[in-house]
Design a protein around this ligand. Structure first.
Ligand code: ADP
Ligand code: MG
Length: 730
């Protein structure tokens, strides 16, 4: 029987770069051609229905039945002209993945004929059988109806001849069963709250959009090698494997020349993304071998979240055409960097300004500081909630592992802004009533903020939440996660914070304090209350962990601990007051999160046990037999003195291998017992804790011994592709 690892290696070594079919024309000419964007709408809709759709996108106005019918007719005509045969509502259930159920446009009519049909009703609402999606107990199977409802703010697009319509997904009783519903609500909340505050500075602001620019990190691995690693196939990460002699220590991969096979994949990905209107802009090698990144130009947050989901789907499909498999797992390999998804987040006004861009005028300067300090305060007050939404089993391996921000949430501002914040904090000027001439405008004491604040030298790449010149970069999101939870939470906490800010400032103004001074005063108070969230040093260091503990900042090192904040009283109040999710919906999400955690660990533990037992131990025994036979033969041909001199080495190896085998065997059964005990627990939180504390610790212990075996056993007998192959063959 052949060694599966060698067959896989042979296939992968012989792979060549696949030719890329470039479309005719420049990218700008085919950009967005597969989306029902506003130019397509203009062409296919009546002026009146076009206006209604635009109003719905910009002002959140409802689209009436008649218009929905007209939009459906236009969309159908457009889709058929592009060769589409089917349509689907594309939605985002709480699995964190996307879901779709395709229907054909075709409807039979009299005379054995058929027509293409698509009504306003079919566009606006659909009822997929939803019983198999997680609902956290909100829906029993007998009332499993779930509805999808059209989201006109994210344009429909065509993939594989199927018209995909981005939609919300809610239960029969109206509860949100997806990420899009609360996301859209949080975007409406931040719009209103930010506009209200902007009006202190500029009456022309009537609309504020949250913006998101994500950076998607991922690994590529040759598909043949991938297929020979059941742990990668079933869990997305390697549960075994000794570090390669060379990995990232030479720092020769980051921003290095992109390998030929990989560039072919990237080119095809970009073409497809551009045709779908995803403004992909940047591609480069990442830190670890075979790790890469892709990033677009930022967009309105809802669209950007959809585009990230869509591109992950494209990446998986297109990689297959190039015989690669994409790994989105946060930590597919131990010992080298894992993958994250930086969420660059800011706020843009209808007046085409970025609220996190330091301004040129005193008013803009004040507005910038207002938003900056409110964000700082919001993150300070809701740090635990922010931590909770990035808690996944994959991210648990990454956060705090000296390659990604730690589990402690802090804010980085850079030296210039930090100094400014300190000046405001220390300024002890009293606020004077507006009637007292000459005493006003505390802002005057502050130096102007230079336009370009932060250059590369002032970038802290270790902070989970860093100001980077004109946006915040939330760096702790995991690479496999959707951006939606991060966006929901950031928008919501800031919306709620801005509402409080406005109340306080208005209260001062009612008490005859000049507006500028009222704002200054409230900001100063916020800085005093929240300054312990600021940290400019190395977030990866041990000193920071100690310092953070002194500051009483939370440091939740595992998912079960971190997700408690998803259902704390404070969180429920925040979500309910802003009508984003009810306590019941939050509890359901918490439940789903814990179940997901437990199931993933359960799968990993099973795969680990199976592979240790039927891949690794049998290989080890095979080699053990060879060694024993060798010793036996030697004893036959050599005299006793020579034999005992030369066989010592082999005997030592035999002992070592036997000991490791015995350890692996006994540990696998102990892990199994721990799993059995955990499985008996009914309460999902207790069960997740049992998996975290009683089952998971066995993984590394077992791995220690299997890694030793990998080093001892004849390379030709070892059946699992090794790190040096997974990470370097391309
Ligand atoms: P890096 O963090 O790798 O140095 P860049 O500075 O090039 O990256 O920007 C990273 C991302 O930030 C890009 O996806 C970009 O679109 C996004 N970005 C830039 N400005 C904004 C903004 N105003 N709002 C949201 N995202 C933004
Ligand atoms: Mg970045």
């Amino acid at each position: 029987m052949e060694n599966i690892r060698f067959s896989a290696l042979e296939i992968s070594i012989q792979r060549k770069r696949k030719p890329v079919a470039f479309p005719e024309g420049k990218a700008s000419e085919y950009f967005g051609e597969l989306t029902f964007n506003s130019s397509a709408m203009k062409e296919y809709l009546t002026a009146e229905s076009f206006r209604q759709v635009i109003n719905s996108i910009e002002k959140g106005e409802r689209i009436d039945r008649k218009t929905a019918d007209q939009v459906a007719a236009g969309m159908k005509a457009w889709a058929l002209a592009k060769g589409a045969t089917n349509y689907t509502h594309w939605f985002f259930p709480l699995t964190g993945l996307t879901a779709e159920k395709h229907d054909s446009f075709l409807d039979p009519v009299e005379g054995g004929k058929a027509i293409e049909n698509f009504s306003g009703n079919q566009l606006s609402q659909h009822e997929p059988d939803a019983s198999s999606f997680p609902s956290g107990g909100m829906r029993s199977t007998f009332e499993a109806r779930g509805y999808t409802a059209w989201d006109p703010t994210s344009p429909a697009f065509i993939i594989d001849n199927t018209l995909c319509i981005p939609t919300l997904f809610v239960s029969y009783t109206g509860e949100a069963l997806d990420y899009k519903t609360p996301l859209l609500k949080s975007l409406a909340a931040i719009d209103k709250a930010a506009v209200d505050v902007c009006r202190y500075f500029d009456a022309g602001v009537t609309k504020v959009n949250a913006t998101l620019g994500w950076e998607q990190e991922y690994f590529l691995v040759d598909s043949a090698l991938y297929a020979a690693r059941p742990d990668l196939v079933l869990t997305g990460r390697t549960l075994f494997g000794n570090a390669a002699a060379k990995d990232q220590q030479l720092e020769d991969h980051y921003l290095g020349a992109i390998p030929q096979r990989v560039i072919a994949f990237m080119q095809e990905l970009e073409i497809e993304a551009h045709r779908l209107g995803i403004p992909v802009k940047t591609r480069h090698n990442e830190v670890a071998p075979n790790q890469y990144e892709c990033a677009p130009v930022f967009e309105e947050a809802n669209l950007s979240v959809d585009h990230n989901q869509l591109i992950m789907h494209l990446m998986e499909n297109i990689a297959k055409r190039h015989d690669f498999t994409v790994l989105f797992h946060e930590k597919p390999y131990s010992g080298v960097n894992g993958s994250g998804k930086h969420n660059n987040w800011s706020l843009a006004t209808n007046t085409k300004e970025n609220l996190l861009s330091p301004g040129k005028t005193p008013e803009k300067n004040q507005r910038f500081l207002t938003f900056l300090v409110n964000i700082m305060k919001a993150v300070h007050d809701h740090a635990d909630l922010i931590r909770s939404i990035i808690a996944t089993p994959g991210n648990d391996h990454r956060l705090g592992a000296n390659e990604a921000p730690p589990a402690i949430i802090s804010v980085f501002l850079g030296s210039h802004l930090s100094a400014m914040i300190e000046m405001i904090e220390k300024s002890n000027k009293k606020i004077a009533p507006a009637s007292q001439k000459g005493k006003a405008n505390l802002f005057k004491n502050l130096p102007r903020i230079p336009e370009i604040l932060v250059d590369e030298t002032d970038r802290n790449r270790t902070s989970p939440f860093a100001f980077t010149g004109n946006k915040f970069e939330f760096r702790a999101v995991g690479s496999s996660q959707t951006c939606a939870p991060a966006m929901i939470v950031l928008n919501l906490i800031l919306a709620s914070q801005l509402q409080k800010f406005k109340e306080e400032v208005d209260e001062h103004i009612r008490n005859k304090v000049r507006k500028e001074d009222a704002i200054f005063n409230v900001l100063r108070k916020y800085i005093q209350e929240s300054k312990n969230i600021l940290f400019e040093g190395n977030n990866y260091s041990k000193e920071w962990v100690e310092e953070a503990a002194k500051r009483k900042l939370s440091n939740f090192t595992s998912t079960p601990k971190a997700v408690k904040a998803m259902v704390s009283r404070k969180t429920i109040k925040l979500f309910e007051e802003n009508k984003i999710l009810t306590g019941r919906e939050l509890k359901a999400r918490h439940e789903i999160h814990l179940e997901d955690y437990t199931k993933k660990l359960q799968i990993e533990s099973r795969v680990l046990g199976d592979l240790a037992t039927n891949h690794i131990i049998p290989g080890a025994i095979k080699y053990l037999n060879i060694l024993c036979e060798c010793v036996q033969r030697l004893s036959e041909v050599l005299d006793r003195r020579t034999f005992s001199k030369v066989s010592a080495n082999q005997v030592e190896t035999i002992t070592e291998i036997s000991e490791h085998i015995a350890k692996v065997k006994s540990m696998v059964s102990e892990m199994l017992e721990a799993r059995k005990a955990a499985n008996k627990i009914g309460n999902s939180e207790d069960k997740a804790f049992a998996y975290c504390e009683k089952v998971l610790p066995w993984f590394d212990k077992i791995r220690y011994h299997t890694n030793k075996l990998e080093l001892l056993i004849d390379d030709e007998i070892w059946t699992l592709p090794k790190y040096r192959e997974l990470l370097f063959v391309r």
